[in-house]
Ligand binder design. Structure first.
Ligand code: NAD
Length: 264
């Protein structure tokens, strides 16, 4: 489905990013596995992707550092010839109530989750615009997928930094989609609900926690990283070539105001 395309996934040595990098490789793309810490796991992901007969390498970079993102995208253009798919996935949480939240907690989350996606989108878009559409490869000149969250639209007490970053990602994505669509570049977001990854272990790792979590999920199943990876593969494929500026929520219905199923 993605044969001949060159993809870069940030934060790809864990959770959703790892599953996405593997799924893109399985679909035929050559893949760069970005990581900031955890080289060994990144190299394992690379080996798994190479097992599909495509190219892959790991690249260490902090997505919130402008020079490192510039170098990371320059390298994929040098090694793979270009870039067709940017999955801006890296993200983190630094949870606190408002009154106890430090400037460092606020800034770190905004820097990685929002500024990091801005830098990755900017550098990828430069190469997409330079190269333009190659019809044998894809109908579009490039695809950017912003990893958002249900918290793009669902407020979240005790997580104002995270919710603000994802709300920002939603508006950034729409603005970039509007700006880049005339260049045949598609920008969209995927908004996961509750997915089993290291970022949110406490929410599902005991039966009591999982039971509480399931109350928020009409489909009554916690998501797996592959649920999101499959959505990203679909989003960047030409099957969805007319999808521009959309957030695809992949959340088992979490954004359907589940409290209103019995109340309201
Ligand atoms: P995770 O902790 O398993 O993965 C996050 C990855 O980002 C890790 O590889 C981490 O090292 C990397 N990262 C952190 N800071 C970085 C930086 N400065 N530069 C480069 N990489 C960095 O968590 P995950 O659940 O796989 O999260 C992936 C994305 O999905 C995040 O954007 C997160 O907000 C989003 N998300 C996750 C869930 C969920 O339920 N797990 C729900 C909604 C959204």
């Amino acid at each position: 489905m993605l044969q001949g395309q060159k993809a870069l996934v940030t934060g790809a040595n864990s959770g959703i990013g790892k599953a996405t990098a593997i799924a893109l490789g399985r679909a035929g793309a050559d893949v760069v596995v970005n990581y900031v810490v955890g080289k060994d796991e990144a190299e394992k992901v690379v080996d798994q992707i190479k097992g599909f007969g495509v190219n892959a390498y790991a690249h260490e970079a902090d997505v919130s550092d402008e020079a490192q993102v510039v170098d990371m995208v320059a390298r994929i253009v040098k090694e793979f010839g270009t870039i067709d798919i940017m999955v801006a996935n890296a993200g983190l949480q630094r949870d606190s109530s408002l009154v106890d939240m430090t400037m460092a907690q606020w800034q770190k989350v905004i820097d990685v989750n929002l500024t990091g996606q801005f830098l990755c989108a900017r550098e990828a878009a430069k190469e997409f615009m330079r190269r333009g559409v190659v019809p044998e490869v894809s109908r579009s000149a490039g695809k950017i997928v912003c990893m958002s969250s249900v918290h793009q639209i669902v407020p979240w007490s005790g997580h104002v930094n995270y919710a603000s970053s994802k709300g920002g990602v939603g508006m950034m994505m729409q603005t970039l989609a509007q700006e880049l669509a005339p260049h045949h570049i598609r920008v969209n977001a995927v908004g996961p609900g509750a997915i089993r990854t290291p970022i949110n272990t406490a929410a599902w790792d005991t039966p009591e926690a999982e039971a509480e979590l399931l109350k928020l999920i009409p489909y009554r199943r916690v998501g797996d990283p592959e649920d999101i990876a499959n959505a990203v593969v679909a989003m960047v494929s030409d099957l969805l070539d007319y999808v521009v500026g959309t957030t695809l929520y992949v959340d088992g219905g979490m954004t359907l105001f589940p409290g209103f199923a019995t109340g309201g």
